[in-house]
Structures are given as structure tokens and as C-alpha cells.
Design a binder for this molecule. Structure first.
Ligand SMILES: Cc1cc2nc3c(=O)[nH]c(=O)nc-3n(C[C@H](O)[C@H](O)[C@H](O)COP(=O)(O)O)c2cc1C
Length: 183
């Protein structure tokens, strides 16, 4: 079996994002042998006039190519005001305009970290709903929801919550199985 490749999208743009830490923790648990790359979603705000005038931005096409070329995808979805972040929804909207659907049948796992005790459960559900339009192979669980996220990381950026870590390992084992079945 050839090496599996993995990419991740993080819905928080800030440098110290705990969702990005979670995304990297997930990638390690998917398997250190699998090369991992973050998909940069710093796209302009979607605007049909911009699209009509300039076409698909290079950054969007590059992101679509990364997703299309990966064996599996992790989406780390923070919760902003009980929902998905604008950056992530904007990325989904741009990616839907690239002509080909990079998500189709792609094994995808969603993870969330948030300040609230529910760990971003609402944004995770909303992310699932948004992705459904693209017909990926969305894993249904276990749900990885890291609550009170500011307190869950050590100085090396590793997840200290043992229960969350166990669920994350299970989710990544399932993602890997789905990727292997498709490779
Ligand atoms: C605009 C905004 C809205 C937020 N709304 C929620 C919310 O609805 N639920 C929640 O649990 N946390 C909420 N938070 C707190 C985030 O969960 C917290 O900032 C988290 O660390 C963001 O993810 P990050 O660490 O990946 O940036 C909000 C934060 C911001 C900036």
C-alpha cells in the first residue's frame, strides 16, 4: 500500500488557534507516516462579481487541488456565535465554484474545539450540514468536541484531555480505514 496523504482545514485564522492544535493532534494520530499539509483558507470574501471579473483565485484553486489530491481530510471547526466561522463557510463557498468537486467521496473527519463546555457541538453539526452538499464520505463519529479549549493543551501543543485524545484516536483510525479502502 502506498503512503496515504492527509490535508486539513482550520476554521480559525488566528496564529494561536486551538483548533489548529487539534488538527495537528489529529494528523499525528492518523499516522506519522502520512504526510500532512494545512490548506490555507485565507481567501477573499466570496463575491460573484469578483468571480465573474477575475475568475477563481489561485489560492482557491490551489486549495481545491490539495483536497482533490489528498486521501483524507480533517476539518477543524471552531464555534463562533453558535455556528461555523465565516472563514470556513467562505472557503466552502469558494471551493464549490472551482468546476470540479474536490470533496466527492473524500473521507472527511470533523473535529471541534471551543471555549464552551459543549466543545463546539453546534458548529460541528453545522459544518456537517454545509459539507453534505458536496457528498463527501463524512465520518459520523465518534464526535470529537474539546470544551474549555484554552485549558486542554500543554506547552508543546499536545492535547491533555485523555478522553478527548482517546476519541480522536478512534476517529482517526476510522478515517484511515476509509482512506485505505478508497486508495
Ligand atoms: C466571534 C466569536 C464568537 C464565539 N462564539 C462562541 C460560541 O458560540 N460558543 C463557544 O463555545 N465559543 C465561542 N467563542 C469562543 C471560541 O470557542 C474560542 O475563542 C476558541 O478558542 C476559538 O477557536 P480557536 O482557539 O481555534 O481560535 C467565540 C469566539 C469568538 C471570537
Amino acid at each position: 500500500m502506498s503512503t496515504l496523504s492527509l490535508v486539513g482545514l482550520c476554521g480559525s485564522l488566528r496564529r494561536a488557534s486551538t483548533n489548529r492544535l487539534l488538527m495537528h493532534e489529529a494528523a499525528r494520530r492518523f499516522g506519522e507516516d502520512a504526510p500532512f499539509a494545512e490548506v490555507d483558507i485565507r481567501f477573499p470574501l466570496f463575491d460573484e462579481d469578483l468571480e465573474a471579473g477575475q475568475g477563481i483565485p489561485d489560492a482557491v484553486q490551489h486549495a481545491a487541488d490539495m483536497i482533490a489530491g489528498a486521501d483524507a481530510v480533517i476539518v477543524a471547526s471552531p464555534e463562533y456565535n453558535k455556528g461555523i466561522t465565516g472563514a470556513l463557510k467562505n472557503a466552502f463557498d469558494w471551493l464549490s465554484r472551482t468546476g470540479s468537486n474536490p470533496w466527492r467521496d473524500k473521507p472527511v473527519a470533523i473535529v471541534s474545539a471551543a471555549a464552551g463546555a459543549a466543545g463546539g457541538a453546534r458548529s460541528q453539526a453545522m459544518t456537517r450540514l454545509c459539507l453534505t452538499a458536496f457528498r463527501p464520505h463524512l465520518l459520523t463519529g465518534p464526535e470529537v468536541l474539546v470544551g474549555q479549549t484554552a485549558q486542554q493543551w500543554d506547552a508543546d501543543g499536545r492535547l491533555t484531555n485523555e478522553f478527548g485524545a482517546k476519541l480522536l484516536s478512534e476517529l482517526m483510525a476510522d478515517l484511515r480505514r476509509a482512506a485505505e479502502a478508497r486508495a
